[in-house]
Design a protein around this ligand. Structure first.
Ligand code: AAO
Length: 512
């Protein structure tokens, strides 16, 4: 039994399933569309000191410049070459970011767009972020180079050449996603170009990859590419560390393709997580927070050591990709903070926090017609820097959810609770719940429309703790609620449904 446990633990900590975060760090943050310069600063001034493990960055390789609509965020998902050259910065700036972040123990995870190149109807030109030319007419991308031998045209059997039916696995993997030029990843030549690109990033010092559109790549092709990746740079990582792989596969149940097709290759995005959690916290379809008691595999999610989890991502926060209307985002800040706090307190999966830019939503017939709007930028298209306000929030349209006190403090909570089982579960059968993580931390939610005044067993050592949601422990003082744990481990919690944030969290490091 003990041997089995050791094997299980060891298995989940090794190879491409291991996020490679520095010891004591447990989450990454997606700094969507940030410039490399700003990420480097953020690692040094904020992420390192606050225990973040890493940053998922936007695709660093050259992409098509799209002007209609004007510079949408999604132009970065239309590669033109593998030169490191985008609106976020050039190769020197990229190297500087990786070096500076790695030096403070915050690692970089690259969004790798390897399933396709740009849209098939783009035509001929050189309007790309580094000026490389392209022609979709004769399927040529000289910046790589790729030619018409390197695309999937012969394998796709739909008349449009696009994916027309998501229930047909062959279509999903052989035809064009969103009419994007679909690469023939079974070809040695194509695999070679992609591995050269990823290995170059590994040599610079990145810790892993999000594999965009993995669902549209045959698992054997992806496996072949992943197995050719080099070990991580030993300047920062232990010998023979494998790059962390997490694959974007949208599987909400049904459909021909299952997340389990990808378990051998690396971790996989668990899209059910945000969809269901959003429903629970919004109390849609009769859902209640009490049902969270067996959250995780008990809900039909993938095994915890395969799951990459998140409340929202850059797609489903604006209606792209999978998830649906229940997804919570910064637009619903009060509920969103509860969802993110629950995720960070709960042991299931490896957690990714979203950090967004804002845009003016405009719903027409239920669809946001502004879902394309790109990051805060100047008229010439260059992305604006992220200014930091006096109160440590961000300006100029950058939302910086990761800097919200409640979220930042829960990232730290997760670090403190790392490795501890879920304990002392309590619920009122409705939307008041509480649970601990061994004797390291305890969290209580009141999502009912009434006040809560209850004494619960926290599992924590006796003492006075500073609530990290309503305030902050500064030296010996506490700016928020104080919670007193008695010698038998119990404490009284009062949470009004009119509190700014109807939840309370304490952990070992906030004893006052
Ligand atoms: C843009 C234009 C397109 C144009 C294209 C080429 O918008 O009109 O054809 O250029 O010119 C992003 C944007 C796209 C953009 C693209 C390229 O989101 O709008 O296209 O850049 O610039 C599928 C994939 C998934 C993908 C997602 C968006 O499986 O991999 O679509 N996400 C990634 C990135 C994303 C990026 C790309 C891939 C491309 O994160 O940012 O696109 O690099 C079902 C399927 C899912 C499918 C969704 C969406 O989901 O299961 O696999 O995702 O549909 O089509 C319920 C169902 C659920 C269903 C969902 C949505 O919830 O249960 O299964 O509804 O219908």
């Amino acid at each position: 039994m003990r041997l089995l446990l050791i094997l299980l633990l060891f298995g989940s900590c090794t190879g491409q399933f291991n996020p490679n975060v520095a010891c004591g760090r447990t989450s990454i943050v997606h700094l969507f569309e940030w410039r490399w310069e700003d990420i480097a600063e953020e690692c040094e001034r904020y992420l390192g000191p606050n225990g973040f493990g890493g940053v998922q960055i936007s695709p660093p390789n050259e992409n098509l410049i799209i002007t209609n609509p004007n510079r949408p965020w999604w132009e970065r998902y239309q590669p033109i070459s593998y030169k490191i050259c985008t609106r976020s910065g050039d190769e020197d700036q990229f190297k500087d970011m990786v070096t500076r972040c790695n030096n403070v123990g915050v690692y970089i995870y690259v969004d790798a767009v390897i399933n396709h190149m740009c849209g098939s109807g783009v035509g001929k030109g050189s309007s790309s972020t580094c000026g490389s030319s392209y022609s979709t007419n004769d399927e040529s991308f000289p910046g790589v180079p790729y030619s018409n031998f390197d695309f999937n045209d012969n394998k796709c059997k739909t008349s449009s050449g696009d994916i027309e039916n998501y229930d047909d696995t062959d279509q999903v993997r052989n035809c064009r996603l969103l009419s994007l030029m679909d690469l023939a990843l079974e070809k040695e030549y194509v695999r070679g170009k992609i591995t050269d690109y990823l290995n170059k990033l590994i040599a610079i010092g990145v810790a892993g990859f999000r594999i965009d559109a993995s669902k549209h790549i045959w698992p054997r092709d992806l496996q072949a590419i992943v197995s050719r990746l080099n070990n991580l740079n030993t300047h920062w990582f232990p010998n023979v560390s494998r790059p962390f792989i997490f694959q974007e596969v949208i599987d909400l149940g049904g459909g021909g393709i299952s997340v389990s097709d990808y378990f051998d290759i690396g971790r996989v995005t668990e899209f059910k997580y945000g969809t269901k959690l959003g429903k629970l916290i919004r109390k849609w379809d009769g859902e209640k927070m009490a049902y969270l008691k067996n959250w995780g595999e008990g809900w039909g999610f993938m095994p915890t050591d395969r799951a990459l989890v998140f409340v929202d991502n850059h797609d489903n926060q604006r209606g792209h990709g999978g998830g649906g209307d229940s997804i919570l985002t910064f637009f619903d800040a009060r509920l969103y903070k509860m969802a993110v706090a629950f995720m960070l307190a709960h042991p299931y999966g490896f957690t990714r926090v979203m950090s967004s830019f804002s845009w003016p939503r405009n719903f027409v017939n239920g669809k946001d017609i502004n879902d394309w709007i790109g990051p805060p930028s100047y008229n010439n298209g260059s992305i604006k820097a992220v200014p930091i306000n006096e109160d440590s929030t961000c300006g100029d349209g950058w939302v910086c959810e990761h800097r919200w006190r409640q979220i930042k403090n829960m990232v730290i909570f997760r670090n403190v609770a790392d490795g501890q089982a879920l304990t002392n579960w309590w619920d009122n059968g409705q939307n008041q719940i509480a649970f601990g993580r061994g004797n390291t931390g305890f969290i209580v939610f009141n999502n009912d429309n009434c006040d809560m005044d209850i004494t619960l067993n926290t599992g924590l050592p006796a003492g006075t703790y500073c609530d990290i949601i309503s305030g902050q422990k500064n030296g010996d003082s506490c700016t928020g609620k104080q919670i007193t744990v008695s010698s038998n481990g119990t404490a009284n919690f009062r949470i009004s449904n009119s509190d700014a944030d109807p939840f309370v969290a304490i952990h070992l490091n906030v004893k006052v």
